[in-house]
Write a protein that binds this ligand. Structure first.
Ligand code: SF4
Length: 325
């Protein structure tokens, strides 16, 4: 069975400087924000893309939604090559691929009622339906009472606004939801509610979900597999629980060490990485993580590590992994 979404060697570039300056400085005009990532999501599966701000994860999401062009690589959805899909193709694709934007309240038009907001995708795509009945159905699905249909976004709490965002995403019965920081700005108890809601929808409707986040609690709560990004590349990919229990890449280990463990016996010593993530305009030679890696050796500065397969679909890119080779 082929995957619902397949991404192969995706490269996404941004302009670094104008033509004249590039000629004068002999620097490239563009830089790779995403430098060759590959992944697949099966129907009903959840994948987390994890990384610090600037790692390229949101750029991947924007490209999957047709808001940014891929500069190289292929994207296939349900067996169809959508890499060079036109704006009209993407309008059709948005029936099958829905986006949940990061800012729960800011992404809702303030002039529309909740009822209009949740049924807006149906109107945009010309679906003939009883919109009042659809609003009721969608609000019920996300656990909001019917009378919320008459409210405006400013009358909603952050958690309620996020539920409205989920209802909008579900309106067209999508097969894939891309959720960008689904719990951003929510307090802990509301975060858990929203994650449970997404997990419930996925279990009930068999939707695939791609979660873009820097929040490791979100990843652990909701994803089957996770991919850790650094400077626009994956440094580790595998089953979520397995990576949480035994990470291979030193960057993953450092990220996990900063995340509070519910089990005190499993708590890790906090690893503080020196410095900041380098700019993708100026990538370090060899392993691109060597400038911050506590395990770096001379080889790391000279040779870029290859992707290595561990057992159980777990892969990493490191000469001296924590988990051994
Ligand atoms: Fe660290 Fe070397 Fe592994 Fe890179 S290859 S992550 S520098 S140990």
């Amino acid at each position: 069975m082929s995957a619902l979404l397949e991404v192969e060697d995706l490269v996404i570039r941004y302009p670094a400087m104008g033509r004249m300056r590039a000629a004068l400085t002999r620097q490239p005009r563009e830089f790779d924000a995403v430098a060759g990532v590959s992944f697949a999501i099966e129907a009903g599966q959840t994948l987390g893309l994890v990384g610090e701000s600037g790692s390229g994860k949101s750029t991947v999401a924007r490209t999957l939604m047709g808001l940014k062009r891929a500069d190289a690589g292929r994207i296939r959805f349900d067996g169809r090559d959508i890499t060079d899909a036109s704006a009209a193709d993407y309008t059709r694709l948005r029936r099958e691929i829905a986006m949940m934007w990061q800012d729960p309240t800011g992404s809702l038009s303030p002039r529309l009622t909740v009822g209009s907001l949740v049924t807006e995708p149906l109107r945009i795509h010309g679906k003939q339906a009883d919109m009042n009945a659809e609003a009721k159905r969608l609000l019920e699905m996300v656990g909001l009472p019917e009378h919320f249909a008459g409210r405006f976004p400013h009358q909603l709490s952050g958690g309620q606004a996020r539920r409205v965002g989920v209802a909008r995403a579900l309106a067209l019965d999508p097969r894939l939801i891309i959720a960008d920081e689904p719990t951003a700005g929510l307090d802990m108890s509301v975060q858990a509610e929203v994650l449970n809601l997404l997990a419930e929808m996925q279990g009930r409707l068999g939707i695939a979900i791609l979660v873009i986040t820097h929040n490791l609690n979100v990843v652990r709560h909701i994803t089957d597999r996770m991919a850790i990004m650094y400077l626009g590349r994956f440094v580790e990919v595998g089953p979520t629980e397995r990576i949480f229990r035994a990470p291979c890449h030193p960057y993953t280990e450092a990220l996990l060490s900063a995340n509070p463990e519910p089990d005190p016996d499993a708590a890790r010593t906090r690893i503080t990485l020196p410095g900041e993530m380098p700019s993708p305009r100026n990538r370090p030679a060899g392993c691109e993580f060597h400038t911050r890696c506590p395990r770096a050796k001379t080889l790391c500065k000279q040779n870029a590590p290859r992707c290595e397969a561990h057992t159980g679909g777990h892969e990493f890119t490191c000469h001296f992994p924590i988990c051994g080779k």
